[in-house]
Design a protein around this ligand. Structure first.
Ligand code: GUN
Ligand code: ZN
Length: 423
C-alpha cells in the first residue's frame, strides 16, 4: 500500500441502507453511526442519538456497501461501446486487436490507472476482473489495484487457440505465469487482492489448457472465472470443439472447472438440466444484462435462477457492457427480467449489486454488509431532489439510486474505511 493512501474514517454518520446478509432485503437506518476499527472493519452500526455531535459525513447522501462488479474486462476499457457485435465478430474486430496492445507493460499500466479510476467513480469497491493473456498486463493491473486500495480477484486470461497469435499463450508459460502471480499477489493485504483461474471460454482453450487450469484451481483453492452460453453461434462452435461433453456446462465439468468456486459469466441460454446442475453444485452466475443487450445476446432468466437458489451477482462486462456503473446494470437487469415476464424487485437488484456480488466473489464474511466484523467498504450516493415534505419511503430511495440515471452521482467510495474517491 502506498504512503499517500487517504486516512481512515473512524466515525461515519448518515442515512444507511444495509443489506440483509442472506435474504434479498435492505434495512434502512435513517440516521446511523458507523464506527470503524483500526483495521478498517465495522466495529458497530447504531442509531445516532439526539445528543450525537458527529456531523453527517456526506450530507444529503445515502450510504450503502460498495458495489461488487462480478465480471468485467480491464483491457477492454478503451473499446467500451464498440458496436461491432454479435459476440464472435465483436471479439475478432474490436477485442483481440485491442487486447494485443497489452503485451506492452507501459500501455497496460496507463489503462490500469484509467480502469481503477472508472471503478471508483461509480462506487465499485470490489471486482472480478479479466485481464489479457499477457502476464505483464495482469501484473500492471494488480499494481494499480494495490495502489488505489481496491479489492479484486483477477489473473491472466487463459487462451491458447481460436484467436490471433498476439493474444495467445501456450499452456506451460501460461500456467507458470499464473503460478508466479499467485505467489506474488494471492492474499495480498489481508486478502484484498486475490488470484483466480480464468479460462476465457471453452472456444479459446484446448482441452489440455482447461484440464490443467482446473487442476491448478483445485490445488490452490482458487476461484474460476469464465463465460458460458452467451450467444447461439458460440454455443454451436463449443459443441463442435467439445463433441464428447454433454453440453456447454459439461465442458467445464469434464475438465475440473465446475463447482462452488466457479463464477459463470452470462449463462443466458442454459437448458433446464444445466441450471439444475449449477444450483446443485453451488456454482455462481455473473449476470451482465447491459452487455447482453448491447451484443444482442439475449436475456438471462434471473427470476428463475434466484428461485432455484443460485448465487447471482451483477457484472458490467465492460467493454461489451457500456458502463462501469453497477446501478445502470441493475436497471438493465430490471428491464431484462420484465422482458422475460418474470419481474425482479428493485430491492432485490440493489441487494444483488452489493451483498449478492459479495457472496459470489467473497469473502462472504467480510464484504457486502454494513455490520460488525465486515470491512467498511462503502459508497455514498447523493439523493436527487424530490417533491413533498414527507421522508421518502425505502422503495422511493432505492428507485432513485437505481433508476434516476441523470441525478444522484456517487459522492464517495470507501474501502476499509479509507475514502479512496470523493467528489
Ligand atoms: N466470451 C469470450 N470472451 C468474451 C469477452 O471478452 N466478452 C464477452 N462478453 N464474452 C466473451
Ligand atoms: Zn466477459
Amino acid at each position: 500500500m502506498i504512503a499517500s493512501m487517504p486516512a481512515r474514517l473512524e466515525l461515519i454518520r448518515g442515512h444507511v441502507l444495509a443489506p440483509d446478509p442472506t435474504r434479498r432485503q435492505i434495512v434502512r437506518w435513517p440516521d446511523a453511526l458507523i464506527r470503524v476499527d483500526e483495521r478498517g472493519r465495522v466495529r458497530d452500526l447504531s442509531p445516532a442519538t439526539s445528543a450525537c455531535e458527529v456531523p453527517e459525513t456526506w450530507p444529503g447522501a445515502v450510504i450503502l456497501p460498495g458495489f461488487v462488479d462480478c465480471h468485467l474486462h480491464f483491457p477492454q476499457t478503451r473499446i467500451t461501446g464498440s458496436a461491432s457485435g454479435p459476440l464472435l465478430p465483436w471479439l475478432e474486430r474490436s477485442v483481440f486487436p485491442e487486447e494485443a496492445r497489452f503485451a506492452e507493460a507501459a500501455h497496460a499500466a496507463a489503462v490500469a490507472g484509467e480502469f481503477c479510476d472508472a471503478l471508483l467513480a461509480q462506487g465499485t469497491t470490489s471486482a472480478g476482473i479479466f485481464s489479457s493473456s499477457h502476464p505483464v498486463a495482469a501484473d500492471a493491473l494488480l499494481t494499480a489495484l494495490d495502489h488505489r486500495g481496491l479489492r479484486a480477484v483477477t489473473g491472466v486470461t487463459l487462451m491458447d487457440r481460436q484467436a490471433p497469435p498476439e493474444v495467445l499463450l501456450d499452456v506451460d508459460p501460461a500456467l507458470a505465469a499464473l503460478d508466479r502471480l499467485r505467489a506474488r499477489w494471492h492474499g495480498h493485504d489481508d486478502g484484498r487482492l486475490r488470484i483466480s483461474v480464468i479460462p476465457r471460454f471453452a472456444i479459446s482453450c484446448t482441452p489440455e489448457l482447461l484440464r490443467r487450469a482446473g487442476a491448478f484451481a483445485e490445488r490452490h483453492g482458487l476461484l474460476v472465472q469464465t463465460h458460458i452460453s452467451e450467444n447461439l453461434d458460440e454455443i454451436r462452435l463449443t459443441a463442435e470443439l467439445y463433441p464428447q461433453s454433454r453440453d456447454y456446462l459439461g465442458v467445464y465439468e469434464d475438465h475440473g472447472l465446475a463447482g462452488p468456486r466457479a463464477i459463470l459469466g452470462h449463462a443466458i441460454h442454459l437448458e433446464e438440466d444445466a441450471w439444475a446442475r449449477v444450483a446443485a453444485d453451488d456454482m455462481a452466475v455473473a449476470h451482465c444484462p447491459d452487455s447482453n443487450f448491447f451484443l444482442g445476446s439475449g436475456c438471462m432468466p434471473l427470476r428463475a435462477a434466484l428461485d432455484r437458489g443460485v448465487r447471482v451477482g451483477l457484472g458490467t462486462d465492460v467493454g461489451a457492457g457500456r458502463t462501469f456503473s453497477l446501478r445502470r446494470v441493475a436497471a438493465a437487469a430490471y428491464d431484462a427480467a420484465l422482458i422475460r415476464g418474470a419481474a425482479v424487485a428493485p430491492e432485490e437488484l440493489l441487494w444483488l449489486a452489493t451483498r449478492g456480488g459479495a457472496r459470489v466473489l467473497g469473502p462472504a464474511d467480510r464484504v457486502g454488509c454494513i455490520a460488525p466484523g465486515f470491512d467498511a467498504d462503502l459508497v455514498a450516493i447523493d439523493l436527487p431532489p424530490r417533491s413533498g415534505a414527507a421522508a421518502p419511503t425505502l422503495e422511493a430511495l432505492i428507485d432513485a439510486v437505481l433508476f434516476r440515471h441523470d441525478a444522484g452521482p456517487v459522492r464517495a467510495t470507501v474501502v476499509r474505511g479509507r475514502p479512496l474517491w470523493q467528489r
